[in-house]
Design a protein around this ligand. Structure first.
Ligand code: PAF
Length: 282
């Protein structure tokens, strides 16, 4: 496994691979790697000669200083984990300076409104930060294929839009949500849950599954009201939003159409830890 901390070291390695026509997969991460990341990396290794894994906690996508400060950082254990996976991994674990070349600020993007829904309403500037860092990482790594988990479905749609708008020559693959046996979606934030929080958290996916069943028979508004009531009755979990949206536009559904694909999206606080999840409905 190769580990680079600066793009100057990474570039010649990637140029050499490209000159040999080796296909390059890319999995951008913020570290604190878990089984969800590993499944993306394994898929990348299966489909490409080499996979670059970036490990970088991107400051511009946090709207809250304490969330940024508390975000788990375990580079040594991340590297150990990757080492056991394959020799064909190239890790890029840069400083903010190396990524941003000085000014650590976001570009302002227009993602055709995708950025204004759900997470965009509650985390101001989040998707400008994500767009900025992912665009920058694509410029540095120049991958053939990049892998993103569907847990951050809105992020996935925004990256697809970024690539389309800026004509970036990379194929984006969305990968299914990786869940613990009890259904909790894998997230680096799960590490910070207390035992009682961890015990309560599977309720999120249980409710999404029940909402999916109801959506077969009821309107989006009725299902939403039901979910809101379920969370009001829950002691340990505080619902931030639940919305049923069109997968293409991410706009909240007002009237169902059999021609469209819908997904339910949820954000929940477990103490001060914010978890998100989603489920395809049809
Ligand atoms: O999904 C994440 O971990 C981050 O948003 C990403 C894509 C690595 C950008 O910092």
């Amino acid at each position: 496994m190769i580990i680079c901390h600066i793009k100057k070291d990474l570039r010649p390695i990637l140029d050499d691979l490209r000159s040999k026509n080796k296909s390059l997969g890319f999995v951008p991460t913020m570290g604190a790697l878990h089984k969800g990341h590993l499944s993306l990396i394994k898929q990348g290794l299966h489909e490409n000669s080499k996979v670059v894994v970036s490990v970088f906690v991107n400051p511009t996508q946090f709207d809250n200083a304490s969330d940024l400060e508390k975000y788990p950082r375990n580079l040594d254990s991340d590297l150990q984990l990757l080492e056991t996976l394959s020799d064909d991994i190239i890790v890029y674990a840069p400083s903010a300076e190396d990524i941003y070349d000085g000014a650590i600020i976001s570009e302002n993007f227009d993602f055709d409104g995708l950025e204004n829904q759900m997470e965009g309403k509650f985390r101001k500037g989040h998707f400008d930060g994500v767009g900025t860092v992912v665009k920058r990482l694509f410029e540095i790594v120049k991958p053939d294929v990049a892998y993103f988990g569907e847990k951050d479905f809105q992020q996935l749609r925004i990256i697809q839009k970024l690539v389309e708008k800026y004509d970036i020559p990379v194929k984006i693959k969305g990968c299914e949500i990786f869940r613990a046996d009890d259904g909790l979606a894998m997230s680096s934030r799960n590490e910070r849950l207390t035992q009682s929080g961890r015990d309560a958290a599977p309720f999120i996916y249980q409710t999404l599954k029940a909402a999916k069943k109801r959506f077969g028979m009821e309107s989006a508004q009725k299902v939403t009201a039901w979910v809101e009531k379920e969370f009001k009755n829950h002691d340990a979990l505080v619902l931030e939003y639940f919305t049923i949206a069109d997968e293409a536009t991410l706009e909240t559904v007002t009237k169902k159409s059999s021609l469209k694909s819908y997904r339910a999206f949820i954000a929940v606080f477990v103490g001060d830890i914010r978890l998100i999840d989603n489920i395809a409905l049809n």
